[in-house]
Design a binder for this molecule. Structure first.
Ligand SMILES: NC(=O)c1ccc[n+]([C@@H]2O[C@H](COP(=O)([O-])OP(=O)(O)OC[C@H]3O[C@@H](n4cnc5c(N)ncnc54)[C@H](OP(=O)(O)O)[C@@H]3O)[C@@H](O)[C@H]2O)c1
Length: 409
């Protein structure tokens, strides 16, 4: 993950704070600082007013996030100024704010905060609103996503070097939500599935996954269907059985072959059931995807075919992964992990191809939108509204992923 310091350095010269503590003098606004909740029109000098969700210490989002107002000077050199359109709230974003994520953004005062701070958020889509004279690859109106994570996407605007951005070559037929959520979950599912086995693409191969209703899980189901892979999808059961049935149906509707609950996965009957589905094991379960851990992950691993691969990419239950030695010794199953941040830093070209391919499938109607809970972010949106949208993320049993949808400010 790229450090926030690196990503924000261009802002150092470009940003002026609008919070009362530093009272900047802005050439364009009659030497008055602007209260954070009042919108000022862009001056003839082209300064853009911006707000960012920042944190100066680790902790629960509701305790440490604050809304920081500042202004961004006109784009110069190879810098562009962006207006964010959509930014999702992923579990890792919250872990990062809590300080329990391996990549920790460097905190600095580039935005004029009184204490060193980092802007939260790692994913999203933005529109280019102005370009410096040295910018070669981007124009006003283009849509861009971040090349790497760690850029701090939970903000209305940002100034950033063009080299850190990936241009969406063809935004026709796409919504900001589709583009703003393409680079983390779909890319993770795409690479884990495709790169973890030698697939024959004959329509008789399987994968099994838990957290199947997550953003990654839903992406894996749809990509698997596109590539002819059958899937066994494990979800957590619901107290309300009607709700559980509806969730199962949701996943069947996007291409799941089988959907079972964790309870069903750990039942006695499931072994015979899976044997029947896979024609006595002649159809191999080649890949397991695990973002849960604990007992359900152990149970899942036992259904993998010999020489299969299990990829762990999350630990939502916060329980350790326990594996019977026999799976390694006698079944020769490989256990590995995947981290999209590292992958995108190592393989920028592959990232572009993967994003383009998912967006192609989206345009063709083969990759459906994830269910979301929108949090509209306008100029007057209160800090509390933004913070509570973030705070609920790790709660579980949610109807959809939280996303900030930015209004034109
Ligand atoms: N390694 C990587 O590169 C990478 C990339 C993307 C995502 N991830 C990880 O993948 C996981 C899913 O991310 P996402 O963005 O796809 O999630 P998401 O759309 O926000 O959905 C969260 C998922 O986690 C499940 N969940 C929540 N609490 C749980 C618990 N205590 N026990 C079991 N399951 C629980 C939810 O199931 P319910 O509906 O039953 O609550 C839901 O399926 C996270 O751990 C995330 O950090 C990793």
């Amino acid at each position: 993950m790229v450090s926030i310091l690196r990503s924000q350095q261009p802002l150092k010269a470009a940003s002026r704070t609008l919070t009362s503590h530093s009272r900047p003098i802005c050439r364009s606004c009659s030497r008055r600082s602007t209260p954070i909740d009042q919108r000022r029109t862009i001056s003839s000098y082209g300064y853009e007013q911006a707000k960012a969700l920042v944190y100066s210490k680790y902790g629960e989002p509701q305790d440490v996030l604050s809304l920081h107002g500042h202004s961004i000077s006109p784009a110069a050199g190879t810098n562009v100024v962006l207006r964010m359109l959509v930014a999702p709230i992923n579990p890792a974003d919250v872990n990062q704010i809590q300080g329990v994520y391996p990549s920790k953004p460097e905190m600095n005062t580039a935005l004029g905060t009184s204490e060193p701070a980092a802007v939260a958020g790692n994913e999203g889509v933005a529109e280019v609103i102005s370009t410096g004279s040295g910018v070669k690859t981007l124009s006003k109106g283009d849509w861009v996503i971040m090349k790497s994570t760690g850029m701090g996407t939970w903000r209305t605007h940002m100034a950033i070097d063009e080299s850190k951005l990936l241009k969406i070559d063809d935004k026709e037929g796409l919504t900001p939500l589709q583009v703003g959520t393409v680079s983390v979950n779909p890319c993770t599912a795409y690479r884990m599935l495709l790169d973890s086995a030698k697939w024959g693409f004959r329509g008789d191969e399987w994968f099994i996954q838990n957290g199947a209703n997550s953003g990654v899980g839903r992406a894996a189901i749809q990509l698997g269907k596109e590539w002819g892979f059958k899937s066994i999808n494990v979800i957590r059961g619901r107290e309300d059985k009607e709700e559980e049935q509806k969730l199962k149906q949701d996943l069947y509707d996007i291409g799941a072959t089988k959907v079972i609950t964790e309870e069903e996965l750990m039942s006695r009957e499931i072994r015979d059931q899976i044997k029947e589905w896979t024609h006595g094991g002649r159809e191999q379960i080649k890949v397991g995807l695990n973002c849960v851990g604990g007992k359900p992950a152990t149970a899942l691993a036992k259904f993998l075919s010999p020489e299969a691969t299990m990829v762990t990419y999350g630990a939502m239950s916060k329980q350790p992964l326990m594996l019977p030695a026999s799976l390694l010794i006698f079944k020769e199953i490989s256990f590995t992990g995947f981290w999209v941040s590292k992958w995108s830093d190592r393989h920028p070209d592959q990232k572009k191809q993967t994003v383009d391919d998912v967006l192609r499938l989206t345009r063709e109607g083969k990759f459906k939108d994830i269910p979301v809970q929108e949090c509209k972010w306008g100029w007057k949106t209160e800090l509390d509204t933004l913070r509570s949208a973030v705070q609920g993320t790790l709660g579980g049993f949610r109807p959809g992923k939280g996303v900030f949808v930015f209004e034109k400010t």
